[in-house]
Ligand binder design. Structure first.
Ligand code: PLZ
Length: 447
């Protein structure tokens, strides 16, 4: 079947195919229009305008087929235009597009909360609130933790990313481009040192002791409502904390009445081979934040937590016009269904078993690859200057640009901009993954 037979996305051939210069003429023309009317602050990683996508392939307006190793920053976890998601959303769209749960509730919202209670870590009664974006969910988690504890302090970790709203900007580590010039920021946010094994060389116990000492001495546990941590940091560069770090931090939180919140916006929903990455680290967070992959590309997010914490806010204290929209909720139900039906947790492990050895082999050949890390379909390489820990963001920029010209969408990450992250759809085939690695190998060779 060729993709010219029909105009639907599902007929897209799962292959890399570059038919114009990159960017092609239609992308260049759209870029001109965009520059005239889209705010400059909204920058795009690639100058390629997407037209359609299916599975692991994105097709641009010029007909170029790209292997997508970014999946819209890990949103399209079960694949672009997944048939079950599209069907569920289309059906819901015709039945009930919007009602506003806080006016007339509907089943899809309740079902998503049931699925989250079932699949988030921890065997205790849980409740959820649904929102629109990751940042909005982080904001709500903090609101709820503050009300529950009657404390105001919020601790986050160095290199964290939690969003672009005023509160979440304050919680995000990196100034440029996320915060510079956008202050003043929300108060009572404390940035604690975390665990970054490649750079700090600390064991989990040592790093946890450092974090806890900071929290006890500089903040004081009795003023702290919550610690918010990404089990694997996303924008920060897929930093996997040292063994035992997170669980030690959670134990300290529990002992001190501090709510432990896992921001699983990027790491959750089957990305790492478990529903939530917390499970790899033996964590049972008091609250888990989901977004990105939860609804196959439709905007919905959630805070799921211990029932007694989640019930702290008074009726009417939580909500939002579009929050938990029925179409997005229907899509989320379909995503949970497909993860089970197609055993997609195993697909993340398959992807790791291909990517990690292949990237380790590249690291032997190209010595600016200083570290290969990650779990499941959340893998990264950190680039350094030869024989040092000095970050090498220029090489990341060159490799990602080369990859785009040759039909592979690759995303950067990291506080120092020196990380390439791999977060493909779980629908990607072994062949496409291997082909993409070949392109990346060529990209390194071309430096
Ligand atoms: N928490 C862990 O990764 C979003 C941001 C991309 P929103 N990360 C991608 C960009 O440049 O805006 C993210 C995350 C973690 C929170 C968020 C925020 O999620 O849905 O973008 O608000």
């Amino acid at each position: 079947m060729t993709d010219t037979m029909t105009a639907t996305a599902t007929s897209i051939v799962q292959e890399r195919r570059i038919v114009t210069a990159i960017p092609g003429p239609k992308s260049i023309a759209l870029q001109q229009r965009r520059l005239a009317v889209v705010a400059a602050g909204v920058a795009s990683a690639l100058p390629i305008f997407a037209e359609r996508a299916h599975g692991a392939i994105v097709v641009d307006v010029d007909g170029n087929h790209f292997i997508d190793l970014g999946a819209g920053i890990g949103v399209m976890t079960i694949g672009h235009t997944d048939e079950a998601v599209v069907a569920a959303a289309a059906e819901q769209l015709e039945l009930l597009t919007h009602a506003m749960f806080t006016i007339t509730p509907y089943e899809a919202y309740v079902r998503v909360a049931e699925l989250l209670a079932e699949h988030t870590p921890g065997d205790f009664p849980k409740k959820s609130v649904l929102l629109n974006s990751g940042a909005e969910a982080v904001e709500n988690a903090v609101k709820i933790a503050r009300l529950f504890t009657r404390r105001s302090g919020v601790a986050v970790l160095d290199h964290a990313y939690h969003g672009r709203t005023n509160l979440t900007m304050a919680m995000t580590f990196k100034a440029m481009p996320y915060k510079t010039g956008f202050g003043p920021f929300a108060p009572s946010i404390f940035h604690a040192p975390g665990s970054y094994p490649f750079r700090d060389g600390l064991s989990g116990a040592e790093a946890a002791a450092r974090t806890i000492t900071y929290l006890e001495k500089s903040v004081g546990a009795s003023d702290l409502a919550c610690v918010v941590a990404e089990p694997i940091q996303g924008e920060g560069g897929f930093v996997v904390p040292a063994d035992g770090y997170l669980v030690a931090l959670q134990h300290w939180c529990t002992a001190n009445g501090v709510v432990f919140i896992a921001d699983e916006v990027q790491s959750g929903m089957a990305r790492t081979g478990k529903y939530f990455a917390s499970e790899h680290f033996g964590l049972e967070p008091d609250m888990v934040i989901s977004a990105k992959g939860i609804a196959g590309g439709l905007p919905i997010s959630a805070v799921t937590g211990r029932a007694e914490i989640m019930d702290a806010p008074h009726p009417g204290g939580l909500g939002g016009t579009f929050a938990g929209n029925p179409v997005a909720a229907a899509a989320a139900i379909a995503v949970f269904g497909e993860i089970e039906r197609r055993n997609l947790l195993a697909e993340a492990s398959r992807i790791e078993s291909i990517l990690k050895p292949a990237l380790r082999a590249l690291a032997l050949k190209h010595q600016i690859i200083g570290d290969v890390r990650g779990i499941g379909a959340m893998i990264a390489i950190e680039l350094v200057q030869h024989g040092s820990l000095e970050p090498n963001p220029a090489a990341v920029a060159a490799v990602t640009a080369y990859a785009a010209r040759h039909g592979v969408i690759l995303l950067s990450a990291g506080t120092f901009g020196n990380v390439i992250r791999f977060l493909p759809s779980l629908a990607i085939s072994d062949e496409l993954l291997r082909e993409a690695i070949g392109v990346i190998d060529d990209a390194f060779a071309s430096l």
